[in-house]
Ligand binder design. Structure first.
Ligand code: AMP
Ligand code: GLY
Length: 420
């Protein structure tokens, strides 16, 4: 099999590694990739510049499988274009990707599908916001409708903070078109859970649950990020598990089916475990980053075969290893606002049997050294018999990596580590 991965982050490096571990795969390509990913993947020719030229090349090359990683490309219709060129593509159609690219569409989908979620109002102006505010209470949650790379959710403790957030969206247009419409919704207290579902649009498997750590600093302080670390699996009580399946996952998949949406990929459901049961925060139409880095190594099987079958509309059986995985994100100085690029990294590519070092944002200089080239720079992924051991092992791996100003959390999975 010849396969390719579209995207350029740590998630895509993990996908490349997962494909390379398959005995069925001869070549793995990545586009646009990053220099670290290209340690493991081949580059398409320079003629590949966009969706169309990629699809033309994939057809000429007779690729057996393309896995599309990021939301932007899914929303931009990459899988539709690849399918139109006769290529098996893993990822939902452009139409289905609206579940992530429009929070209003996705809220309507949840409500119509009977999926529990926070009560919300559609807000298109400062006037709408002023009118809706009395129907909600603090803390307020204002969410930009469009894709905002993790910067579109404002949790406001006071009315004034909410008014400021509304001014940011509707007056200063800080998020541009993505923030021209928004949702005002109830705040839901609870613990978050990442529920990733592998589906062909009608059958599905729920992957091992995991937990991301979204805030930059220890003890969940500091700004929101794309994710600073993940541990998997997370176990939940049997009754909660059943509730997630019956009230969240099943009706979500039936909703896709009812609308005839072509969905062959991962539906990532952000769930809040509230006192009154699971409730959906959001849908993502892709693997999470860094959730993918933690879940992919847990399969007891072959990802290339699995992706290919799902891309072609079927759903294979899955088995999981009895292992724990921890993924730590190492970020650049200044992340998330203004990451410092070009800082030399030492120890970056030191993989070992139990530790994978994945490149999320690096560049290789002519002399072979890697430098920082993005916000999230490296991921350290460790697998072990238990989650607690995996966390320990991952921190040992991380201790080999150095650059001035590097940022990482010291408390990934600490709740679990302390209870072990
Ligand atoms: P989202 O992009 O919708 O997942 O929102 C980003 C983060 O904001 C989530 O991971 C939650 O931590 C938080 N969040 C979003 N919506 C709510 C809500 N209704 N109640 C509490 N926290 C929320
Ligand atoms: N780690 C959260 C996300 O990928 O959206």
């Amino acid at each position: 099999m010849q396969a390719a991965v579209v995207g350029s982050g740590g998630r895509e490096h993990a996908l490349v590694r997962a494909l390379r571990r398959s005995t069925l795969v001869s070549d793995v390509y990545a586009w646009p990739g990053n220099d670290g990913i290209f340690l493991d993947a081949k580059r398409p020719p320079a003629s590949v510049k966009d969706r169309h030229s990629f699809a033309v090349w994939a057809q000429e090359k007779n690729l057996d499988l393309v896995v599309v990683g990021p939301e932007n490309e899914l929303v931009d219709g990459w899988t539709d274009e690849l399918r139109a060129h006769g290529i098996s593509a893993f990822g939902p159609s452009r139409e289905a990707a609206r579940l992530e690219s429009s929070k209003i569409f996705s809220k309507q989908f949840m409500v119509e599908s009977g999926v529990p979620t926070a009560r919300a109002s559609i807000i298109k102006s400062k006037l709408d916001l002023a009118r809706a505010m009395p129907n909600f209470s603090a803390p307020y949650v204002l969410k930009a409708d469009g894709l905002a790379a993790g910067k579109g959710v404002f949790i406001c403790k006071t009315e004034q903070e909410l008014i400021n957030a509304g001014n940011d969206l509707f007056e200063r247009r800080r998020l541009g078109e993505a923030g021209s419409q928004a949702l005002l919704e109830e705040f839901m207290p609870g613990e978050e859970l990442s529920v990733l579902v592998l589906t062909n649009g009608y059958d599905f498997h729920v992957l091992p649950y995991c937990r991301d750590h979204k805030r930059l600093l220890d003890n969940d302080l500091g700004p929101n990020t794309g994710g600073m670390g993940v541990i998997a699996p997370i176990s939940v009580p049997q009754q909660v598990n059943e509730e997630i399946l019956q009230t969240v996952v099943e009706p979500s998949i039936r909703g896709l089916q009812k609308r005839g949406l072509l969905y062959r990929g991962i539906l990532f459901i952000g769930v809040m475990l509230t006192k009154t049961g699971p409730s959906v925060l959001e849908y993502n139409v892709r693997w999470g980053d860094p959730e993918a880095q933690a879940i992919l190594p847990m399969l007891d099987g072959d990802w290339a075969m699995t992706f290919k079958q799902v891309a072609d509309g079927s759903l294979p059986k899955l088995a999981w290893q009895k292992a724990g995985v921890a993924c730590l994100v190492v970020a650049a100085e200044g992340y998330p606002d203004s990451p410092v690029k070009g800082v030399a990294i030492s120890g970056a590519t030191a993989n070992s049997a139990d530790i994978d070092i994945l490149h999320a944002g690096t560049k290789q200089l002519g002399d072979g050294r890697f430098v920082t080239n993005g916000g999230r720079v490296l991921n350290v992924v460790a697998r072990a018999p238990t989650v607690g051991l995996a966390i320990e092992r991952a921190y040992q791996g991380l201790s080999q990596i150095h650059w001035p100003g590097m940022q990482y959390r010291r408390d990934i999975g600490s709740a679990i580590r302390n209870s072990n």
